[in-house]
Design a protein around this ligand. Sequence first.
Ligand SMILES: Nc1ncnc2c1ncn2[C@@H]1O[C@H](COP(=O)(O)OP(=O)(O)OP(=O)(O)O)[C@@H](O)[C@H]1O
Ligand SMILES: [Mg+2]
Length: 312
Amino acid sequence: MNAIQTNQLTRSFGALKAVDRLTLEIPRGTVFGFLGPNGSGKTTTIRLLLGLLDADQGSAQVLGFDTREQPDEVRVRCGALLEHHGLYERLSAAENLDYYGHIWHMSKADREKRIRELLEPLDLYERRDEPIGRWSRGMKQKLAVARTLMHRPELIFLDEPTAGLDPVASSALREDLSTLVAQEGVTIFLTTHNLAEAEKLCDRVGVINHGHLLAVGSPSDLRSKTSAPRLFVTGKDITSQIVEDVKNHPLVQRLQQQNGRLIVDLNDLTRSHEIVALLVRAGVQIDEVRKEKADLEDVFLQLVEEEKGGEE
Ligand SMILES: Nc1ncnc2c1ncn2[C@@H]1O[C@H](COP(=O)(O)OP(=O)(O)OP(=O)(O)O)[C@@H](O)[C@H]1O
Ligand SMILES: [Mg+2]
């Protein structure tokens, strides 16, 4: 059974379709990354999946339960870190988790055991009795993630877990997330703007813009499917005529010049020798040729650009 299954899920606010016919399947045990620019419908999707918001059309099953018919069944089995961390600043870390465990009817002994289990791998167990008001943002965010796991949910939603953290704190939180995922075996649905984060953490990613799902797959699938393979060429005597000739070659999708270097997007990387041969014939003294697939950032920008183009 899939952890999440949606079928043509749609939700509008007035004339705006925040989520538009979203059909998605997320197997259990997956770390799924939902990528999209601001206002693309990521948070709205999470709220629909948790049954906090009703869909106008379509349906969603989370852990086998219909989000409209059985929202309570969904919510007891899920943890969520939404835009606000939801912690009590005046309580200690342990008290925050204990309070939350209490709401979920966990026994005192079980709560104590669970607090240790979660805080130790995060290096926060020794500091569990400190009020968290004075903690750094990164520490609070780690605690907020621990809180989502307190009642041993099968699935957690993390809405931009590293937003507002500096690169060091984000990277530490990602490490900790990987550790917790391995320890807990939960399914994770996370949203992010950070593509490096998605590459590091996620088995699968979906790209959303204007409520539309533009692509879904593993980060490497997306990279190879959607983006042109690239050739970087540095050399001497690259005249403007040569640049024109390369640009007009049928293999070439796009050509950019950067600090005397040519960046050539090709239809087919296996035929890159044809471009190199053309340059040599034209008299270019080649210093270096490097092949590379575009990174996820390029893919993302390309997908979003293509969608924009489609609308005009
Ligand atoms: N309660 C609401 N009432 C009216 N419009 C809303 C409401 N919630 C969301 N929207 C609109 O729906 C669209 C999608 O919003 P959503 O919060 O899902 O985006 P997001 O992808 O999470 O963005 P961000 O990356 O900035 O968090 C936006 O245009 C937003 O203004
Ligand atoms: Mg959001």
